[in-house]
Ligand binder design. Structure first.
Ligand SMILES: C[S@@+](CC[C@H](N)C(=O)[O-])C[C@H]1O[C@@H](n2cnc3c(N)ncnc32)[C@H](O)[C@@H]1O
Length: 321
């Protein structure tokens, strides 16, 4: 297909001004030529990435300007089901939601393990997904978790961690593999399949150092407290109101002198159009916004700081108690 200039809709009719949504051609028609080209060459090559990024940005901008709606995107998925309505690619996995929600434990583990479709006709689409900055930032989040926990362990001699929304457990596994003593982790998740998966991922490491708790974090209470409460990939699904409520709850589960660390996507996410093409919507928040929400949870400004991983996409709100 011709690549329409960004943000310029393709008008229908003999140069007639486009006035309403129905004047725009159906999205599958607009993207057909480009998609056929990509399919014919067996998926995007690295040199095609800027053009593909450009397409996702164009779709995003057209939606922002009201030319199309987010609800129109499924017509594109349905036009190329082998790419988008399948669990055989990362992007298809996001769209198909086999576990009922976007960004589930299995998808995140595919990112961590750089899973690539065994189907050679699809593998290049996964290479594209893995090269997106957001995907790299999720892998950096795992690195950040391990480095941060090792530093806290070094400072304290031992640590007890509550991992809220623990998902695939890959980060916990790699942490424990690095430091066999003095770290205990409670993995809490509301998805029983995530816990089963994490159990398998962690199984061969020293038993007894990880406990699995099947619970909704928003209702979870415990009599014991933790040195660190960690939660990444969960708060960005919450409204501001639930964010503050959960943070307040997690602070109660933290010992005095301990810390709550919350991962949240920041506002500078160049992969957002690609994610939202798959209807993967997150509440992206700036460092200021995260700080403001922490203050609303009742802590003083001196207790709060925000860090980021090297891509600058995933932010980490650190709240001392
Ligand atoms: C995007 S994954 C992140 C997994 C992991 N923290 C990581 O970064 O690798 C989010 C996980 O949070 C879990 N989750 C979402 N809402 C939850 C809630 N209210 N209570 C407990 N777990 C929740 C999901 O089931 C999922 O496994």
């Amino acid at each position: 297909m011709r690549m329409p200039p960004l943000a310029i809709p393709v008008p229908v009719g003999n140069g007639k001004a486009v006035e309403k949504r129905s004047d725009f051609p159906p999205l599958p028609e607009v993207v057909a030529e480009f998609m056929q080209e990509m399919l014919a060459k067996g998926g995007p090559e690295e040199t095609d990435y800027p053009r593909l990024d450009g397409w996702f940005s164009a779709l995003d901008e057209w939606i922002a300007r009201g030319f199309y709606k987010s609800e129109d995107l499924p017509s594109v998925w349905r036009a190329w089901p082998e790419l988008f309505l399948t669990t055989d690619t990362l992007q298809g996995f996001v769209i198909s939601r086999p576990h009922g929600y976007a960004g589930d434990f299995e998808l995140i583990d595919r990112m961590y393990t750089r899973w690539t479709s065994p189907n050679s006709a699809l593998a290049r689409w996964d290479a594209y997904a893995h090269a997106r900055p957001a995907c790299q930032s999720v892998r950096n989040r795992k690195r950040y978790f391990i480095d941060t926990m090792l530093a806290l362990h070094g400072a304290n001699g031992s640590i007890r961690i509550l991992d809220v929304g623990s998902g695939p457990g890959r980060d916990v596994r790699e942490l424990l593999a690095r430091r066999p003593d003095g770290i205990e982790v409670d993995c809490l998740d509301q998805d029983a399949r995530a816990l089963e998966h994490a159990r398998r991922v962690i199984a061969d490491l020293v038993p007894g150092r990880v406990r699995f708790i099947h619970a909704n974090a928003l209702r979870f209470a415990a009599s014991e407290t933790y040195d660190v409460v960690w939660s990444a990939g969960l708060f960005d699904y919450l409204s501001d109101r639930l964010f503050v409520r959960l943070l307040t709850r997690l602070l109660r589960l933290t010992r005095r002198g301990g810390e709550v660390i919350v991962g949240n996507f920041g506002e500078d996410n160049p992969s957002r159009p690609y994610m939202e093409f798959g209807h993967w919507f997150l509440n992206h928040r700036s460092a200021e916004h995260l700080t403001d929400l922490a203050l609303k949870a009742g802590v003083g400004p001196e207790q709060v700081r925000v860090e980021r991983e090297p891509e600058g996409i995933n932010l980490f709100l650190r709240v001392g108690k």
